[in-house]
Ligand binder design. Structure first.
Ligand code: DAH
Length: 361
């Protein structure tokens, strides 16, 4: 900055700064660019603060007019800045509205010349659930459903998880304020439907049970508090662990195609013994290793095992005569895998820009 030693210097410098900043305001083409100019005009270290300080060093009779000049320049610049800010903000708002615009009346052309286009599609989780049901129906299973609001007995006790059993910690439960405390809850898994099926049907049983589940989990990239599972239950004579392994592998290949296989790893669940976790080849890299599967080539899908005799006893099935296996896994997680979604929460965001995407066909 030129040195200021007199009234004339001050007025010249203030006018020069006024012109310089007016030109900058004029040429700014974005709110960001404008904000970079702001400290020079309004900031504590702006030239105008210096000018004001210099007023004190002028002769007393020069001060009022110099002060008025500086004041007018500052208020003109402030006004020009604010006007430009509003204008740029409005332009940017219009551009972003335009960019985010979705034509909800758009009709996508129908298949092979069919006059009827597709106006929307089912949620990817619904699509996955339907495909899973079809796959199991094709393998001779029936599809059953149970209530989302359950009693403690169905959700835990009949599944060999008595009150105060440490395994209850595996499921962070939403209890409802109905009846005795902690007796009615939002089901934490679809396993209670197994119990309902065993109590209402006589073996042999070949069933899958899809549905919504609830846990007091904080949602993150891989968890939702409201999610979907599909449960499987087979009870017959002579069912062994090999039947379980074979069924899971058959299902995996039927659902994902010939390149994807399943493997079992020892685990613990109170309602099955022995228990296992089942993993499939990562469907994104087909087992070669990628970011999604942390380069292991495998992705955990769910739990399974041979139905524990205590569960049979709770529902009145003779474990000497019948044996069976059960499994359960998360459908949302499957969808996350299928579409390589880095964050599972996009499934519940209701952001039409995601759901209109052709990825979710
Ligand atoms: N219900 C279990 C869960 O939500 C998953 C599961 C494990 C289901 C083993 C089963 C089973 O049927 O046998 O974590």
């Amino acid at each position: 900055m030129v040195e200021i030693n007199s009234y004339d210097d001050l007025v010249a410098a203030a006018n020069e700064a006024a012109q310089r900043f007016a030109a900058k305001i004029d040429s700014a083409i974005s709110v960001n660019e404008l904000m970079e100019i702001e400290p020079g005009i309004k900031g504590k270290k702006s030239a105008f603060v210096e000018f004001r300080k210099f007023l004190g060093r002028l002769e007393p009779d020069e001060r009022p007019s110099a002060g008025a000049i500086v004041q007018e320049i500052v208020s003109n610049l402030n006004q020009a800045f604010d006007t430009k800010f509003q204008a740029l903000k409005e332009i940017e708002r219009k551009i972003s509205l335009q960019e985010d615009r979705l034509d909800l009346t758009e009709v996508i052309a129908g298949l092979a010349g069919s006059p009827v286009g597709m106006r929307g599609k089912l949620h990817p989780v619904t699509q996955a659930r339907e495909k899973l049901e079809d796959t199991f129906l094709g393998m001779g299973f029936s599809v059953e459903e149970g209530p989302e609001i359950e009693t403690d007995w169905f959700n835990f006790e009949a599944l060999n998880i008595p009150p105060s059993h440490p395994a209850r910690g595996m499921w962070d439960t939403f209890y409802l304020d109905i009846g005795e405390p902690e007796t009615i809850l939002l089901r934490t898994h679809t396993s209670p439907v197994q119990v309902r099926v065993m109590m209402t049907q006589k073996p042999p049983i070949y069933s899958v049970m899809p549905g919504r589940c609830f846990r007091r989990d904080t949602p993150d990239a891989r968890h939702l508090a409201v999610f979907h599972q599909i449960e499987g239950l087979v009870i017959d004579k002579g069912i062994t662990f090999a039947s379980l392994a074979g069924t899971i592998d058959r299902f995996t290949t039927a659902y994902f195609g010939p390149n994807i296989h399943a493997r079992l790893r020892p685990a613990y669940f109170p309602f099955t013994e022995p228990s296992a976790e089942f993993e499939i080849n990562c469907t994104i890299c087909e087992g070669h290793g990628c970011r999604t599967c942390s380069n292991t080539g495998w992705i955990e899908l769910g739990g399974c095992g041979m139905v524990d005799p205590n569960v049979f006893l709770a529902v009145g099935i003779d474990p000497e005569e019948w044996s069976g296996f059960a499994f359960g896994f998360g459908i949302d997680r499957l969808v996350q895998m299928r579409y390589s979604l880095p964050d599972i929460r996009v499934l519940i965001e209701n952001d039409l820009r995601h759901s209109m995407s052709s990825r979710y066909n």
